[in-house]
Design a protein. Structure first.
Length: 297
């Protein structure tokens, strides 16, 4: 009859003393983390509580949750704003967000493939100039772009908000994909060329499937940025029927400065749901993309 020997690490007095010394530091770290978490989550909790308050009880009230909650703020959303259904704003935002994601994935991945896999004259210079565009503030280009689209008679259309997405003007996403593609083994490209594949076939059948984490990372950031964009639709859209969710929130404030804070907060909370759902559905790919985009394989 054989007995299995188990290794048990003895608890020495020195180890016990070391644990006791680390206990205050560990306790302080956890308490500090909880305090930071409370500060970060406070606005979210305030919005949730405010959506169940009357308008006159929201401003100046210190209570997070009302003693007598109401659901009228959400009920009014079904009535629309200025005879425009709330669903119109969500459909417009979804149209812009999906169009932006499609444009970014197509144009930026093609541009990134050219920088990462094709050798051509001036490649490094062009890549440096592209990265340099990240230093340009958005407001510097706002007036020239507006004048250009006005001369092209594209104001009050979605074209100014989507055209740049299909021309690879987002240098950050191009850089992200370039870093990811450079980590792919060169042997895959060489084997594909021996089989007679051109650049387009290599890009579509080999590179894109392997770059799925980087593509989904770009898609998440693009969707969130487009959904939350306020300045772009404010500048280029004039027809309330074409407003996005961000502009629809502005309509809760009338021309006399009176605001329906309850309805505004309720719609703000509802507007968070698509972004939250999109993020939760693809968060695993977001972490994989950010973790591997800067590593050398």
């Amino acid at each position: 009859m054989s007995a299995r020997a188990t290794d048990v690490t003895p608890v020495t007095p020195a180890r016990t003393t070391a644990r006791r010394r680390r206990l205050p530091g560990s306790l302080a770290w956890h308490l500090g983390s909880l305090a930071v978490l409370a500060v970060i989550l406070y606005p979210v909790v305030w919005v949730i509580g405010g959506s169940f308050k009357r308008g006159e009880d929201i401003v100046g009230s210190l209570d997070l949750f009302p003693s007598d909650p109401i659901t009228g703020n959400y009920t009014r959303l079904t009535e629309g704003i200025a005879d425009i259904p709330i669903s119109t704003f969500f459909v417009n935002s979804l149209l812009l967000a999906v169009g932006s994601v499609a444009g970014i994935l197509l144009s930026c991945s093609l541009t990134a493939y050219a920088f990462a896999k094709i050798r051509f004259a001036g490649r490094n210079l062009l890549f440096t100039l592209m990265i340099g565009t990240l230093l340009l503030p958005y407001h510097v280009l706002l007036i020239p772009q507006y004048v250009l689209f006005r001369n092209l008679d594209m104001i009050n259309t979605y074209t100014p908000l989507l055209l740049g997405k299909y021309l690879a003007t987002e240098a950050f996403f191009v850089f992200l994909m370039v870093q990811f593609m450079r980590n792919l083994p060169r042997e895959l490209d060489e084997a594909a060329r021996l089989d007679g594949c051109g650049h387009l076939r290599i890009y579509w059948s080999i590179v894109l499937p392997l770059c799925r984490p980087a593509l989904i990372t770009s898609a998440i950031f693009t969707f969130i940025n487009s959904w939350n964009d306020f300045m772009g639709p404010l500048i280029y859209l004039n027809d309330p029927e074409k407003y996005t969710v961000s502009l629809g929130l502005k309509m809760f404030v009338d021309q006399e400065g009176l605001a329906d804070y309850g309805g505004m907060i309720a719609m703000s909370l509802v507007a968070l749901l698509p972004v939250l759902a999109f993020f939760l559905a693809f968060q695993r790919y977001l972490i994989d993309g950010m973790a591997t985009s800067g590593l050398k394989g």
